[in-house]
Design a protein around this ligand. Structure first.
Ligand SMILES: Nc1nc2c(ncn2[C@@H]2O[C@H](COP(=O)(O)OP(=O)(O)OP(=O)(O)O)[C@@H](O)[C@H]2O)c(=O)[nH]1
Ligand SMILES: [Mg+2]
Length: 624
């Protein structure tokens, strides 16, 4: 290796020991970091140049408990370490990362890696937590025991990786990559029992002071994992989220709405009447503006998701729900992937790689899109805002309650589908949930802010690209061909989209959708929230004369019946309208069959759910 070639280092360690945090600290990347096992499920690469001028290429890997992989994500780590992947060269130096507060568990993998006799450095991470607890580790002694350099790190603090980089620099400059020597490296085949005994011996030798055990954590867990209180706390947390999504978002939403309306008003006054004005006002501002107003609600939802992810609460919730999930044939491991699906089913489906049993994994993939993803939030919020009065029920806000109910509907139907899946395939699920409970910690404010910023960026850039493009296409289809002479209705009725909408209206009449909704469902196939933008454009174009407005809410409140609104909500609890999810299923399962199965079962449920909702509510409410 010369100085010009980058030094390839791979971060290897147990799940949740801080590998990705270290990766981000070293490379300046913003890969996802969260306080539970199994966050990283793919290998990620980055690079940096140290102040000493050494160029590094870093690979972040999924956490592994052992080099005998149990799950698809662990297998990736093994393959990279053995140089068995075409897409990743054998690393020059293995940076083993361990959680200082959990050496008992982490050292097993360390001993396994030493036997590979690859140049290795050990990073003892989370030293800040260790020090706070009074845990004292004799680093020099540990170094002697293992025969490799041992460095303390604090991955989440600026400067927390300086010592590690200096060590790597020194190795790179001298060209002396230290290969482990000594008893551990030379041990041929070692039984798990012998390894465990060895770990105990090393711990006895290097731990100077065991420090306080996690007394605070235990005290919190007495409440959080309590068989009754635990569920109450979980329900309260979820409730709070949905209340906040509505009650905290009013002011920023009004600001955005006023901004969009103001811009539209200005454009309307300044531009001459004609096609271009219609494109800008009806196509772009109405369409894009009606999606953009939901940014505050999405950010509030993510504020809670990110804070919960970083706190260490999620694996506890997984334990609480394990019995329930087991009863429908899901493994407790499915909890985190399903929970991630509340943000978006795409990462949720990827997270199923942490599930060992292929059938369990498939079952989890199949129901992941029933979890209410954040792209459904604009659709729900639009309809709730238009039809559900904003009043209090006891201490709760009625709109928040309805939103909560929709999320529950998604969860309940997912459980029902999983149960059918279990019945159909006779899967037996006897294994108990083995999940590490991480230490609680306060969410890192900087990470929280960065995470929210990232979310806002993703949302706005989606609005600015795919949604904008679809709105322009939709505007075009809705404006041409121009109406014939002497036409009385709005131009859209005579356009291509208008004709298509009317055709589809036949299909959707039994579920109560009018032609405007039918049109909006089509661009909504690309991504669910696009349907909201499409409704904005379609309604802006169907309005005549002075009724022009960029505000969608009053428009649908005036023209839809309540049964129609409820039916559309039911449709969106199930609707398989997301191309990215379907293509992720194809990628992760390597087969079209589950894709076809998912699309058809979800479409069937959506239609049936909307049909039942529409017909029943029509009878009950006596509407049209
Ligand atoms: N206090 C403290 N927290 C840390 C440190 N390093 C990481 N963390 C936190 O530990 C948790 C896990 O960090 P990650 O970087 O996601 O862990 P990982 O090893 O990549 O986990 P997997 O991808 O699941 O294998 C996160 O909540 C981090 O904020 C550290 O040095 N000190
Ligand atoms: Mg990670």
């Amino acid at each position: 290796m010369t100085m010009n070639q980058p030094l390839r280092i791979a971060l290897v360690g147990n799940p949740n020991c801080g590998k990705t945090a270290l990766f981000n600290r070293l490379t300046g990347a913003r890969q996802k970091v969260a306080n539970y096992a199994g966050v990283t499920v793919e290998r990620k690469e980055g690079q940096f140049t140290s102040t000493a001028g050494v160029h590094y290429q870093v690979i972040d890997l999924p956490g592994a408990y052992s080099l005998e992989p149990m799950t698809p994500d662990e297998a990736i780590t093994r393959e990279v370490l053995f140089g068995a992947r075409a897409d990743a060269a054998l690393p020059d130096v293995v940076v083993l990362v361990v959680d200082a507060t959990n050496l008992r568990l982490n050292l097993r993998l360390v001993l396994e890696v030493l036997r590979l006799k690859r140049p290795t450095v050990l990073a003892v991470n989370m030293m800040d937590v260790a020090k706070k607890r009074g845990l004292v580790i004799d680093i020099a002694k540990l170094q002697g025991e293992l025969g490799i350099p041992v460095i303390e790190t604090v991955a989440i603090k600026p400067g927390g990786s300086t010592a590690l980089v200096s060590q790597l620099d020194a190795m790179a400059k001298t060209g002396k990559l230290i290969v482990p020597t000594g008893a551990h490296a030379d041990a041929a085949t070692v039984s798990p029992e012998a390894t465990q005994a060895e770990v105990r011996r090393i711990l006895n030798a290097v731990i100077r002071n065991a420090g306080r055990a996690h007394t605070v954590d235990d005290r919190i867990d007495a409440f959080v994992l309590h068989p009754v209180l635990g569920y109450l706390i979980l329900t309260a947390v979820l409730f709070l989220i949905f209340q906040a999504v509505f009650s905290w978002s009013k002011l920023p939403m009004d600001l955005i709405k006023n901004g969009v309306d103001g811009t539209a008003g200005m454009v309307r006054d300044m531009m001459p009447d004609g096609v271009l004005k219609s494109l800008v006002v009806d196509g772009i501002l109405s369409g894009v503006g009606s999606v953009l107003v939901f940014l505050p609600q999405i950010l509030i939802l993510f504020l809670f998701i990110l804070a919960l992810e970083d706190s260490g609460y999620l694996p506890r919730a997984a334990f609480l729900l394990d019995r329930l999930m087991g009863s429908v044939g899901l493994s407790g491991r499915a909890f985190i992937p399903l929970l991630s699906s509340f943000a978006c089913a795409v990462p949720g489906i990827m997270a199923t790689r942490t599930i060992q049993n292929p059938r369990d994994r498939l079952a989890t993939i199949m129901i992941a899109p029933l979890m209410t993803c954040s792209a459904r939030l604009p659709v729900y919020a639009l309809i709730i805002g238009a039809f559900i009065p904003d009043r209090s029920v006891g201490i709760f806000n009625l709109q928040g309650l309805v939103l909560f109910a929709l999320y529950i509907a998604g969860i309940v139907s997912a459980m029902a589908v999983a149960w059918v899946f279990k019945r159909a395939f006779h899967s037996k699920n006897a294994h108990t949930l083995m999940l590490e409970l991480p230490n609680y910690h306060w969410p890192n404010l900087r990470n929280l802010a960065l995470g929210l910023w990232e979310r806002a960026r993703i949302f706005v850039s989606r609005v600015g690209t795919i949604i904008l493009a679809l709105m322009v296409i939709l505007w075009f289809l809705s404006s041409f061909p121009a109406p014939p002479d002497g036409a009385t209705g709005p131009a859209i009725q005579y356009s291509l989209a208008g004709h298509l909408g009317r055709l589809l209206e036949v299909v959707f009449a039994p579920v109560g959708f009018n032609w405007q909704i039918a049109i909006a469902l089509i661009p909504g196939l690309a991504a669910r929230e696009v349907a909201v933008g499409a409704l904005g454009t379609v309604y802006a174009l169907s309005a005549t004369g002075d009724a022009l407005s960029t505000t969608l809410t009053p428009m649908i409140a005036a023209t839809w019946s309540l049964p129609t609104a409820l039916s559309l909500l039911a449709w969106y609890v199930f609707a398989p309208q997301c191309v990215s999810t379907l293509s992720m299923v194809r990628r992760e399962t390597n087969s079209w069959k589950p894709v076809a199965a998912m699309a058809s079962y979800m479409f069937a449920l959506a239609y049936l759910g909307a049909f039942a909702t529409y017909q029943i509510s029509r009878v009950l409410l006596g509407g049209s």
